[in-house]
Design a protein around this ligand. Structure first.
Ligand code: COA
Length: 261
């Protein structure tokens, strides 16, 4: 396991911590690979009943590492024939049979939010924030979020979040249905991890069946939307729009899209 992903096992819960605090826990390819490995291991281990995701040091995750995006965008089309670690992670999280609980302990950006749509119980600390700046980066949303978020929050709220890329606080995220419950920041880990432990003590087959029943109607729509998004995402990643957005981020200036379109 990468040091950037910490995995602990206790009381039937696999706790998975995104741990790259100097970069706000932004996810590299190696981290996605380790997250995928953790989900697979959790399913292989009989004693693990629940997966619990959280972040280290006051951030959940700042989303995909933008340096990695830039690198991938400069590869010729079709370079990678293998499933990329991010795609494997999204496939595994969206098809997991065991329940997943998230404790959002701070900022969640991009995939840090879209992954929550595949978590069964999402708890947030009061200082957590949620932002999906895909359009600001010249990208499109992923993880079937363009299908799931309108279902969860309604089309207007989903369009607001995706098209403006604005950041919402924990209270608003709860009112939209992205979050089950908000706790004071210093209580989050105790409360959210406590819920994960409580779930791990319940009848495992009953829990897995209930999760499957709650999500079964949407499995094929999720998979097909994820594939559509991935096609546009890969094309946009190689676009000049993304090059401009990522250069602007690292040069700490606003992006200028005036020459495109
Ligand atoms: N990829 C790579 N590096 C990232 C990153 C990311 N997604 N998010 C943050 N970082 C790095 C910053 O470059 C900075 O590095 P430095 O100290 O070497 O300059 C460090 O993490 C701290 O980030 P900083 O921007 O100083 O913190 P902040 O609290 O002011 O802002 C964010 C935090 C997350 C709002 C801001 O960093 C941001 O917008 N990041 C990009 C998020 C993003 O677009 N993710 C992809 C979504 S699809």
């Amino acid at each position: 396991m990468s040091d950037h992903i910490l995995v602990e096992r206790a009381d039937g819960v696999m706790k998975v911590v995104m741990n790259r605090p100097d970069k706000k826990n932004a996810l590299t390819e190696a981290m996605y690979a380790a997250l995928g490995d953790a989900i697979e291991a959790a399913h292989a281990e009989r004693d693990i009943r629940v997966i619990y995701f959280t972040g280290a040091d006051g951030a959940f995750t700042a989303g995909n590492d933008l340096g990695d995006f830039a690198k991938q965008g400069s590869e010729p089309a079709g370079t990678s024939q293998e499933e990329r670690p991010v795609s494997r992670f999204l496939r595994l999280i969206s098809t997991a049979e065991k329940p997943i609980v998230a404790g959002v302990n701070g900022l969640a950006v991009g995939v840090g939010v879209t992954m929550l749509l595949h978590c069964d119980l999402v708890y947030a600390g009061s200082a957590a924030t949620f932002q999906m700046p895909f359009v600001n980066l010249g990208l499109v949303p992923e993880a079937a979020s363009t299908y799931l978020l309108p279902k969860v929050a309604g089309l207007q709220k989903a369009s607001d979040l995706f098209l403006t890329g604005r950041k919402v606080d924990a209270e608003e995220a709860e009112s939209m249905g992205l979050v089950a419950q908000v706790f004071p920041g210093d209580m989050l880990q105790e409360e959210a991890y406590g819920r994960a432990r409580m779930l791990a003590a319940k009848a495992p087959t009953s829990v897995k069946l209930t999760k499957a029943l709650l999500r079964s109607g949407e499995a094929s729509a999720v998979a097909s939307q994820m594939a559509k998004e991935a096609e546009h995402f890969a094309a946009q990643l190689r676009s000049d729009e993304v090059k401009e957005a990522i250069s602007a981020f690292f040069e700490k200036r606003p992006a200028d899209f005036s020459r495109f379109g």
